[in-house]
Write a protein that binds this ligand. Structure first.
Ligand code: PLP
Length: 393
């Protein structure tokens, strides 16, 4: 059977091979430490779980409007007002099956064949693939590690063509954890306005910030930028709800309407029960969200310190998310490895520590470590990485 061209060009997930190998080693009885996870290790807070149970008991188990229940949309507009001082109506909100599907649907309604979307690298693995699936062309724009993995307005200008439709801003970022300041966003926003480019602002890590700086959405910076931005967010990372699959998009009415039409013919509504759970998440106290953030902060401080003490490992200190993205090129070279991918494979073979190679994120000199695991495990992992590097000098 000849499959469609669009799937032939899909790049398999870079995390899959290493995760499969880590699982196989675990099944053989090895003590594997997995730092590949892209999700918080905490349980979903109990008040959210209770809300889902209540929804089931009350029979709220049927189809809902494709774009989400009005109560949840209301809670999202209230959240956007409270956290970002942004005013949206329910017509400007779509609830989706995770933030991932918000992005997928957005590219589907936005892109014609050959339209370009600028994707700053290092990037989250799904952006280029989703753009390609919509017939678009991802234009990868490498950010400099020396500039904390942030693109500059000059770099952005250089890659804009008449076919550029949008740029993705993911702050705080997966995989680097870096965050743009308000001034940096303003300058990038200016370039987007001058060139009539839509900003896709992926704010999924908004609640996981460990510096004094607070989160700024590019849509907050002017009315023009508000009109020119689609915000993507959701409860997966903020409320440890990755499995519930609830995200949202907020933006221009016409775009949101098209997305809702698209959803009505693909997913229909996101799971009704999960929507009631997300409603509890957005209307409840943020105490648990803050507790989880504080735990991540402690882990970041510890793991960062342990990592930078390892010879040949250099690391920009992230501001948010739950990843570190050290450059291990020197360690790999000094250890005689062909590239960082082989270094990662050998680390798993010899020390049973699973990291994700940066090549899948468009940054082949780096590796991604997730600190969504206990401090004990993180310390053990750092010791093993250190021993591995020492053994290969
Ligand atoms: N955007 C980024 C940058 C992510 O890292 C992820 C998940 O890993 C998502 C979007 C998707 O989130 P969700 O689980 O809500 O689909």
């Amino acid at each position: 059977m000849q499959l469609a061209d669009r799937v032939q060009s899909l790049t398999p997930s870079s995390t899959l091979a290493i995760t499969a190998k880590a699982k196989a080693l675990k099944a053989e009885g090895h003590d594997v430490i997995g730092l590949g996870a892209g999700e918080p290790d905490f349980n979903t807070p109990s008040y959210i779980i209770e809300a889902a149970k209540r929804a089931m008991d009350e029979g709220l188990t049927k189809y809902t409007p494709a774009g989400g229940i009005p109560e949840l949309k209301n809670s999202i507009t209230t959240k956007l007002k409270r956290d970002q001082s942004l005013t949206y109506t329910n017509e400007q909100i779509i609830v989706t099956t995770g933030a991932k599907h918000a992005l997928f649907t957005l590219f589907q309604v936005l892109l014609n064949e050959g339209d370009e979307v600028i994707v700053p690298a290092p990037y989250w693995v799904s952006y280029p693939e989703q753009i390609k699936l919509a017939g678009g062309k991802p234009v990868i724009l490498p950010a400099q590690e020396s500039n904390d993995f942030k693109i500059t307005p000059g770099q952005l200008k250089e890659v804009i063509t008449p076919k550029t439709k949008a740029v993705i801003i993911n702050s705080p970022s997966n995989p680097t954890g870096m965050m743009y300041s308000e001034d940096e966003l303003r300058a990038l926003g200016q370039v987007c306005l001058e060139n009539d480019i839509l900003v896709v602002s992926d704010e999924i890590y908004e609640k996981l910030i460990y510096t004094e700086e607070s989160h700024v959405s590019i849509a907050q910076l002017s009315e023009d930028l508000y009109n020119q931005t689609v915000i993507i967010n959701g409860v997966s990372k903020s409320h440890s709800m990755t499995g519930w699959r609830i995200g949202f998009a907020a933006g221009n009415k016409q775009i949101i309407k098209a997305m809702s039409n698209m959803a009505s013919h693909s997913t229909s509504n996101p799971t009704s029960i999960a929507q009631y759970a997300a409603l509890a998440a957005y209307t409840g106290s943020e105490e648990k969200v803050i507790e989880m953030r504080d735990a991540f902060k402690d882990r970041l401080e510890a793991l960062y310190q342990w990592l930078i003490e390892i010879p040949g490992v250099e690391c920009v200190k992230p501001s948010g998310a739950f990843y570190l993205f050290p450059n291990v090129k020197k360690a790999a070279e000094e250890g005689g490895f062909e590239d960082v991918d082989s270094w990662v494979k050998a680390l798993l073979d010899e020390e049973k520590v699973a990291l994700v190679p940066g090549s899948g994120f468009g940054s082949p000199e780096n590796v991604r470590l997730s600190y969504a695991t206990s401090l004990d495990q993180l310390e053990k992992a750092a010791d093993r990485i250190k021993r591995f590097v020492n053994n290969h000098q």
